[in-house]
Design a protein around this ligand. Structure first.
Ligand code: PMP
Length: 402
C-alpha cells in the first residue's frame, strides 16, 4: 500500500481552474475572463516598456546573483514604502516604517498574518469583507489567525453595503484585526468613497481596530498611484498604525517575478528596528530570502525619474483601457441590445474586475454555449475584453440573461 493512499484529491482552485477549462476549449471565439492578469487590446500579455528598459539597464550593469538579505533589497523596500505612504508621510519621513520585501502580495499577506499571529497582543482574529479575494481566507488561516467576516457587498444594489459594513465593524470586539482592500476591491470592483473611508477610519478609532490594508492595485485602479493610495495615506495621517501588503504584479506587470512588500507603521526608528528583526525571524524559516530579479526591476523604475515617468504613463494606459472597456460594454448592453437588467455598475466599478451580477446558471451557459469563461460568482476580468471580442461578449451575455 502506498504511503499516500489515503490522501484525498483536493478541489481545483476556483480561479486558476477557469484557465484550465479555457485552455481545453478549441473554439476560436473563446474568451478567458477568469484570471486577473492584464491583456492588451489584442488580448496578449503585456510587458511594460519601462520594465524592458529597466532590464536592459540591469543587463548592462552585469549584476551578480548573490543572495539578498532576509528582508530583501534595501533600496527597493524603501522606494516601495515611499510609493505607498508618500514621501511626506510622517512615519516614512521619520524612518518609522518597518518594511520587508515579499513574494508578491500573497507573500506579504502571509508574512503579515504570521507576524500578527505571533505578536499582535489583542486578538488572533482577522475580519475579512464578504466577499473577498478567494485566497485571503486560506492565507490567514494558514498563518495562524482565525478568520471571520464583515458585510461589504449588497447583491441587490450591486454596490457597497455601507450600512451593513458599519454595523458589523461596530459589533466586532475592540482591537480586532480588520482587512481592508486599499483600492479596486477584488472581486466586486466596489470601493468606499473618500467620505465613506473617513467614516470607516472614525469607527476604527472608536473601536481601536487594527487596519491591515491589502494594496494589490495601486495605480491600476484609477491610473494614478497617489489617488489609489488615498485610503492608506488617510488612515496613516489619522494616526492609525497600519499593516500594509503591496504587490507589483499588476501595476508593473511583474506577475511571475513575484515582487511585493510588507510593512508596519511603528512609533520610532528604535521600534521599527525591533519589529524588523522579528519580521526577519518570521521569513527566514519560510524561504530564507526573497528573489532578486523582480525587485531589481521595480527598484530601477522607482529610482530613475525618466523611467518612473514612463511607468506612470503606462499604468494610466492600462487603467484607461480597462475603463474604456467598461464604457463600451455598458453602452452595448443598455443601448443597442436593450439587455434586461440594470448594468450601470459595470461603469461605476473600479479596477480589474467587474462583478456582473450574472448567476451561476448563466455563467455555466456562457461557458458551454459561447466558450466564455469566468468565475462562477459572475466576476469578469475587464482586461480580458478588447476591441476584437467585446461585441461577441455583449451579445452572448444578452442571450444568456434572456
Ligand atoms: N490581494 C488581492 C486583493 C489580489 O487581487 C491579489 C492578486 N490577485 C493579491 C492580493 C496578490 O497577488 P500576487 O501575490 O500575485 O501579488
Amino acid at each position: 500500500v502506498s504511503t499516500w493512499s489515503t490522501v484525498p484529491a483536493g478541489p481545483p482552485d476556483p480561479i486558476l481552474g477557469v484557465t484550465e477549462a479555457f485552455k481545453a476549449d478549441k473554439d476560436p471565439r473563446k474568451i478567458n475572463l477568469g484570471v486577473g492578469a492584464y491583456r492588451d487590446d489584442k488580448g496578449k500579455p503585456y510587458v511594460l516598456n519601462c520594465v524592458k528598459k529597466a532590464e536592459e539597464i540591469l543587463t548592462t550593469s552585469n549584476p551578480d546573483k548573490e543572495y539578498l538579505p532576509i528582508a530583501g533589497l534595501p533600496e527597493f523596500t524603501k522606494n516601495a514604502a515611499k510609493l505607498a505612504y508618500g514621501a511626506d508621510s510622517a512615519p516614512f519621513a521619520s524612518n518609522s516604517v518597518a518594511v520587508v520585501q515579499s513574494i508578491s502580495g500573497t507573500g506579504a499577506l502571509r508574512i503579515g498574518g504570521a507576524f500578527l499571529a505571533r505578536f499582535y497582543p489583542h486578538s488572533k482574529t482577522i475580519y475579512l469583507p464578504t466577499p473577498s479575494w478567494g485566497n485571503h481566507t486560506p492565507i490567514f488561516r494558514d498563518s495562524g489567525l482565525e478568520v471571520k467576516n464583515y458585510r461589504y457587498f449588497d447583491k441587490k444594489t450591486v454596490g457597497l453595503d455601507f450600512t451593513g459594513l458599519k454595523e458589523d465593524l461596530k459589533n466586532v470586539p475592540e482591537k480586532s484585526i480588520v482587512l481592508l482592500h486599499a483600492c479596486a476591491h477584488n472581486p466586486t470592483g466596489v470601493d468606499p468613497t473618500p467620505e465613506q473611508w473617513k467614516e470607516i477610519s472614525d469607527i476604527f478609532k472608536e473601536k481601536q481596530l487594527f487596519p491591515f490594508f491589502d494594496m494589490a492595485y495601486q495605480g491600476f485602479a484609477s491610473g494614478d498611484t497617489t489617488r489609489d493610495a488615498f485610503a492608506v495615506r488617510y488612515f496613516v495621517e489619522q494616526g492609525h498604525q497600519i499593516a500594509l501588503s503591496q504587490s507589483f504584479a499588476k501595476n508593473m506587470g511583474l506577475y511571475g517575478e513575484r515582487v511585493g512588500a510588507f510593512s508596519l507603521v511603528t512609533e520610532s526608528p528604535e521600534e521599527k528596528a525591533r519589529v524588523e528583526s522579528q519580521l526577519k525571524i518570521v521569513i527566514r524559516p519560510m524561504y530564507s530570502n526573497p528573489p532578486l530579479h523582480g525587485a531589481r526591476i521595480a527598484n530601477t523604475i522607482l529610482s530613475d525619474s525618466a523611467l518612473y515617468g514612463e511607468w506612470e504613463k503606462e499604468v494610466k494606459g492600462m487603467a484607461d483601457r480597462i475603463i474604456s472597456m467598461r464604457e463600451k460594454l455598458y453602452n452595448m448592453l443598455s443601448g443597442d441590445l436593450k439587455t434586461p437588467g440594470e448594468w450601470s455598475h459595470i461603469k461605476s466599478q473600479i479596477g480589474m474586475f467587474s462583478f456582473t451580477g450574472l448567476q451561476p446558471a448563466q455563467t455555466k451557459a456562457l461557458a458551454e454555449k459561447a466558450h466564455i469563461y469566468m468565475t462562477a460568482d459572475g466576476r469578469i476580468s475587464m482586461a480580458g475584453l478588447n476591441g476584437g471580442n467585446i461585441e461577441y461578449f455583449a451579445e452572448s451575455v444578452n442571450k444568456a440573461v434572456r
